[in-house]
Design a protein around this ligand. Structure first.
Ligand SMILES: [Zn+2]
Length: 299
């Protein structure tokens, strides 16, 4: 009997030692960090594609399958995924990843949030940032906080692999640090440079590197511009000598091109997520590439 118990325990031990943690991440940057931290202890599935607007990801039946199997779900938080993730989770039966469940990791936890609403939150105009700006991954300092949050989530789900996750985290933090130092050097000459952005995606980025956003093509996040808004934006760009409109890969370029033409500016489409460019191989590489592209545009 004692021998059988020992064999059973050994078997259970060897099974758990080889069972990989199933991790689902909503965004490519979060998936990249989970892969780097988890190494061969995790299998990572990413729902959003690099060129897909994280506010409006198209749900697929395969996402429900992945969520049903997930031990851990990593989401950005701050309502970035509110338009699509809750509806998918309604169709899954997986207590581990329910809100507050042991496998639910919210990347925004611990991040110093920008654009926090000062008055009552009003979604009536369709603003997609009602709880503060959710685009914190464009600042590597926030990225480091997120990496630690993800590592803590993985450790909670698989305490036996804690040492491996700590090791993966330390290596990732060192690489983010080095990418951040390079990005800082590249953008140092442009402190105070004025830019316009399409969506309000760059507050964390410009705060980190000392750029100044003087206007956005969207009057409010997620709201299409009116002709009068665009006319005023064009005037502002001319008056301020703005040379670039920065935007992500999922926004149309026709409207910003018309505004840019008026003041001789250029529209710069940036790979803002892991996988958005062949060189954006992971989160640290994306941070560095983004800085390189912005520096080239501002020259
Ligand atoms: Zn947004």
């Amino acid at each position: 009997m004692k021998q059988m118990l020992t064999i059973a325990l050994l078997l259970a031990g060897s099974l758990s030692a080889h069972a990989k943690l199933n991790v689902v991440a909503t965004l490519p940057d979060l998936a990249s960090m989970a892969r780097d931290i988890g190494g061969d202890k995790v299998t990572v599935t990413c729902l959003g594609k690099p060129g897909e607007d994280p506010h409006y990801i198209q749900p697929k039946p395969s996402y429900i399958v992945a969520l049903n199997k997930a031990d851990v779900l990593i989401e950005n938080g701050l309502e970035l995924e509110i338009g699509w993730l809750p509806a998918l989770l309604d169709q899954t039966r997986n207590g581990k990843i329910r809100p507050g469940g042991p496998g639910r990791v919210v990347a925004s936890a611990g991040v110093p949030v920008l654009d926090l609403p000062t008055g009552p939150v009003d979604r009536s105009q369709g603003d997609v940032h009602p709880g503060g700006n959710p685009h914190f991954l464009l600042d590597p300092d926030c990225g480091k906080i997120v990496a630690k949050t993800i590592a803590a989530g993985l450790k909670q789900a698989a305490p036996g692999d804690a040492a491996a996750f700590d090791d993966g985290l330390a290596k990732l933090l060192a690489r983010i640090e080095s990418a951040q130092a390079e990005a800082g050097k590249l953008l140092a000459p442009f402190r105070g440079a004025k830019v316009v952005t399409y969506h309000k995606s760059f507050p964390y980025f410009v705060e980190r590197y000392g750029l100044v956003v003087v206007g956005t093509v969207e009057p409010k996040p997620g709201i299409p511009p009116s002709p009068s808004h665009l006319a005023a934006l064009g005037d502002r760009m001319q008056a301020d000598g703005v040379k670039v409109i920065l935007q992500e890969q999922w926004h149309e370029t026709r409207t910003p091109a018309v505004v840019a033409k008026k003041s001789g500016a250029t529209v710069v489409v940036l790979p803002t997520q892991t996988g958005g460019d062949p060189a954006a191989t992971d989160y640290p590489a994306t941070i560095k590439l983004l800085a390189e592209k912005v520096a080239v545009a501002l020259k």
